[in-house]
Design a protein around this ligand. Sequence first.
Ligand code: ADP
Ligand code: NAG
Ligand code: NAG
Ligand code: NAG
Ligand code: NAG
Ligand code: NAG
Ligand code: NAG
Ligand code: NAG
Ligand code: NAG
Ligand code: NAG
Length: 670
Amino acid sequence: MLFRIVLVVRVLSSLAIAASQELNFNFTYSGFRSTNLSLDGLAELTSNGLLRLTNETKQRTGHAFYPNPVTFKNSINSTALTFSTTFVFAIIPEYATLGGHGIAFVIAPTRGLPGALPSQYLGLFNETNNGNQTNHVVAVELDTIYSSEFNDINDNHVGIDINGLESARSAPAGYYSQLNGKPTNLTLISGHPMQVWMEYDGKQKQMNVTIAPIDVDKPSRPLLTLSLDLSPILNSSMYIGFSSSTGSVFTSHYVLGWSFKMNGLAEALDISRLPKLPRVGPKKTSKFLTIGLPVLCLSLVLVAVSSISYAIRRTRKFAEVLEDWELDYGPHRFKYKDLYTATKGFRDEELLGSGGFGRVYKGVLPTSKIQIAVKRVSHESRQGMREFVAEIVSIGRLRHRNLVPLLGYCRRRGELLLVYDYMPNGSLDKYLYDQPTVALNWSQRFRVIKGVASGLLYLHEEWEQVVIHRDVKASNVLLDGELNGRLGDFGLARLYDHGTDPQTTHVVGTLGYLAPEHARTGKATTSTDVFAFGAFMLEVASGRRPIQPTEDIILVDWVFIRWLEGEILEARDPNLGTEYIAEEMELVLKLGLMCSHSEPAARPNMRQVVQFLEGDVPLPDILPLCLSASGLTFSHREGFDDFANSYPSSMDKAFAHSSSVAESLLSGGR
Ligand SMILES: Nc1ncnc2c1ncn2[C@@H]1O[C@H](COP(=O)(O)OP(=O)(O)O)[C@@H](O)[C@H]1O
Ligand SMILES: *[C@@H]1O[C@H](CO)[C@@H](O)[C@H](O)[C@H]1NC(C)=O
Ligand SMILES: *[C@@H]1O[C@H](CO)[C@@H](O)[C@H](O)[C@H]1NC(C)=O
Ligand SMILES: *[C@@H]1O[C@H](CO)[C@@H](O)[C@H](O)[C@H]1NC(C)=O
Ligand SMILES: *[C@@H]1O[C@H](CO)[C@@H](O)[C@H](O)[C@H]1NC(C)=O
Ligand SMILES: *[C@@H]1O[C@H](CO)[C@@H](O)[C@H](O)[C@H]1NC(C)=O
Ligand SMILES: *[C@@H]1O[C@H](CO)[C@@H](O)[C@H](O)[C@H]1NC(C)=O
Ligand SMILES: *[C@@H]1O[C@H](CO)[C@@H](O)[C@H](O)[C@H]1NC(C)=O
Ligand SMILES: *[C@@H]1O[C@H](CO)[C@@H](O)[C@H](O)[C@H]1NC(C)=O
Ligand SMILES: *[C@@H]1O[C@H](CO)[C@@H](O)[C@H](O)[C@H]1NC(C)=O
């Protein structure tokens, strides 16, 4: 008795529970990670909770069903109940434009649809049962292949299928925009997740199907509406789930989330909680891996290589040689980079000229905006460099209004850069020979001669140590803005004159300015500078080069002959016309000859030269014949003649590297 009561109570209570379950039956899956679905065929749950109905295997089906039956009718003869469902799916095909075959939400009497076919049958039916009333199947198909046998409208449509694949209602995939009500097309195989809503009203006996991208709210106007009583089709106990199939194209069909409810509206899916799709479709992934990744790596490598090589090139380009001992010369040392920018990269447009020691470029220092002239001297040996730089720097401290100020230097491999003040009027020789466009008048010339003389005196006597210029000549006299003559290049000859042993005597200087004993011994003295200054004075007064190889004329001889003839003023520059002061002209020419005396002892020193020029001391009344008797000129004549005849006119310089010139001078001179 007690046993019976207990049994009845249990049965009653279990019935009550069953009834309430059926009435409120609902579920919501945001991803399927911990859910209990019934899978068959290719269907599987991925580790991140995606329901993957098919993988890349062809001609197969995949099913996923809610494991328990759902009550759609209270009894066999009663009407089907109201229900609704919504789910998010994505179809990722191998090729962007071709997929197959689609997904269907299905309500079926059995779990798993045994005997159903893949491809166009979507895993729902087979050719024998397709369309048969006895199937009791309701489905919403998302069909991506056009199958004419089922009267498909296209290859991208949504349809409501009752017992067969020929849809009772279908429409191209799309939705009616909430804003303007206009239809918007969707591509089912786009790979983008989309949401489907299906509602059935058991009283109105009407079914609505809506589809939209997941970032769009549910459109109020459904895509499909079917007025049909599902009561004869649905059995009281049915299974719900998804079916999918592949054809001859690899396609992955995914369901990301799903909710269902009897007698009401299915709970909305929280899109943000859905599992993420594989980042790119299988095909795109492989494309990315096979093309994108190597290209990316290659371009990264290229970028790295080019930026490294750029950095290396840049460091090389601006590399300097800096040794410890140079640190003392800090303020005199320029950065190569600054000189590079100052001269606009040593452009040809900035080239002022090229002389025996190298090319000279004009520039403007980047920070101070001071105009400079940069002389690039190529210098291979490091030997003697330290002494030379020490001298250059000490020379840099020389300040005289008739010297070109040396601002500093910079050292690179095989190259020395000397930075001078820029002299806007260039070198004096331009104003003297070869029909100059602008000629200097006599007072300007006399001022330049006196200026250069005082500059040279400063070098010889007035500074703390004796500085021998070694290369006094018109092209080394530069004119500043006020046409003051300023000696440039002082001390530079020393670079080639250092530590030379007597066996390989290098003679530095310019032919025609070179004192005979200098050529003979290779030794520069203040007297050799005086000799060169004499040639310079004759040059400025006569407007002729010290040696004119084409005319076979040596200037000293030529002036001397004019003097012998008692016509010394005839040696003056014809360009001057009558615009000159005879006394000054005579003084300069005679003093020039005196300084050009072949005997060093017979030459005046620079202090005397300055005194004569300033008129403080009158020129001694020497006779031309006295000078001649002591061998003023002809002692070196033959040598110069030989040279003048054997070298073209452009070759008027004898430099360190051409010791053969010195040798020919020596042998010829004896
Ligand atoms: N400080 C400077 N300012 C302006 N021009 C200069 C300066 N130094 C040199 N120059 C120009 O560069 C040319 C070559 O100079 P340089 O090498 O000294 O010639 P050289 O060896 O024949 O004396 C000169 O003729 C002159 O026109
Ligand atoms: C869903 O079903 C459960 C019982 O399984 C019920 O407690 C809950 O209220 C239902 N939710 C909705 C929204 O109907
Ligand atoms: C899943 O459902 C099946 C069928 O209803 C059942 O046998 C199984 O125990 C369930 N598993 C879990 C983990 O709920
Ligand atoms: C697809 O799924 C089936 C069944 O789970 C499996 O046998 C097959 O190896 C899978 N193929 C691929 C390419 O993942
Ligand atoms: C259902 O209806 C059929 C005829 O319409 C009837 O024969 C049958 O007895 C009914 N069954 C129930 C359980 O009401
Ligand atoms: C579904 O119901 C029909 C009658 O409505 C019946 O003939 C059929 O056997 C039922 N199917 C299942 C699987 O219960
Ligand atoms: C077709 O499907 C039905 C029901 O799923 C099954 O009974 C039948 O054997 C299938 N026919 C073929 C030819 O597979
Ligand atoms: C429907 O299927 C049943 C058995 O499943 C069969 O007897 C009947 O002939 C089929 N009807 C059609 C129209 O194919
Ligand atoms: C939308 O698709 C339909 C059918 O494929 C087509 O006729 C229509 O032109 C498309 N509309 C737009 C805006 O692409
Ligand atoms: C279907 O959509 C129409 C139009 O929006 C609406 O009037 C009707 O109530 C809907 N039916 C269901 C079952 O939601």
